[in-house]
Design a protein around this ligand. Structure first.
Ligand SMILES: Nc1ncnc2c1ncn2[C@@H]1O[C@H](COP(=O)(O)OP(=O)(O)O)[C@@H](O)[C@H]1O
Ligand SMILES: [Mg+2]
Length: 235
């Protein structure tokens, strides 16, 4: 199947310092793909480059066969990619509903329908829709961040460490939500330091180390891989 997203040999730098050095990856329609690696490996930088928030120095990025790199971040959203950023980045003094509505972007015509879908996925957000986002628990804030991404009606949802700082039971609930979102046909690129959980729910994965993809494959291959076991799973 042709790729939905194709990242080919991208290099991304902060000033003179390269953070991503020739990374390639693909997400096919309907897949959940994990991008795993330690702190500082270049995961966030990769997502920000795909989103048009950072320029690439080499390589190319394609979405549905069309060139994506060079487009503004709002154009990237318009093409069908939503980015749920590291640290959620909600507006704490705005309500849940206001935060969600901000995500609708060009998909405004479908806003009511999208909102209904988000509330169906996250019933707690419906109850708390008038509450200020800053007063929610960490898990609820992550639900708002994901919901805001879904409001854009993306074909690909990219999430940057959705499990960060959340209790294991909350992480499990959030990851169950991702599986449910994927079942409805949305492709997912999941960036995580929580390697075991991320791989368990993914179809395939890539391992990023020092800005380079050092390993990739189907979930079961990666879960059984000696390097992954030793470096990321502590066994
Ligand atoms: N704004 C920045 N300015 C300079 N260096 C940065 C910046 N953001 C990240 N880096 C560096 O780029 C590398 C990759 O970082 P990042 O993509 O955030 O990694 P990860 O998300 O995998 O933890 C790290 O060495 C980090 O220190
Ligand atoms: Mg990061």
């Amino acid at each position: 199947m042709p790729a939905l997203l194709r990242v080919d040999g991208i290099e991304v730098a902060y000033g003179q310092v390269p953070a991503v050095r020739g990374a390639s990856l693909e997400v096919r329609p309907g897949e959940i793909v994990a991008l795993i690696g330690s702190n500082g490996a270049g995961k966030t930088t990769t997502l920000r480059a795909i989103s048009g928030l950072l320029p690439i120095r080499r390589g190319l990025i394609e979405f549905e066969g069309d060139r994506l790199d060079g487009l503004s971040s709002s154009k990237v959203v318009g093409r069908g990619i939503a980015h749920v950023p590291e640290g959620r980045q909600l507006f704490p003094t705005m309500t849940v509903l206001e935060n969600l509505e901000l995500g609708a972007g060009a998909a405004k015509a479908l806003k009511a329908e999208s909102l209904e879908w988000v509330f169906e996925l996250f019933p707690r957000l419906r109850e708390r829709r008038r509450q200020l986002a800053g007063t929610l628990s960490g898990g609820e804030q992550q639900m708002v961040a994901i919901g805001r991404g879904l409001m854009a009606r993306p074909k690909l949802l990219m999430l940057d460490e959705p499990s960060l700082g959340l209790a294991p039971v909350v992480v499990r609930a959030i990851f169950d939500n991702l599986v449910e979102i994927n079942r409805r046909g949305m492709a997912i690129l999941l960036v995580e330091q929580n390697v075991l959980r991320a791989l368990q729910l993914s179809h395939r994965g890539y391992v990023l180390e020092n800005g380079q993809i050092v390993l990739d494959g189907p979930r079961d291959t990666l879960l059984a891989d000696g390097h992954i076991k030793q470096a990321y799973l502590g066994r």
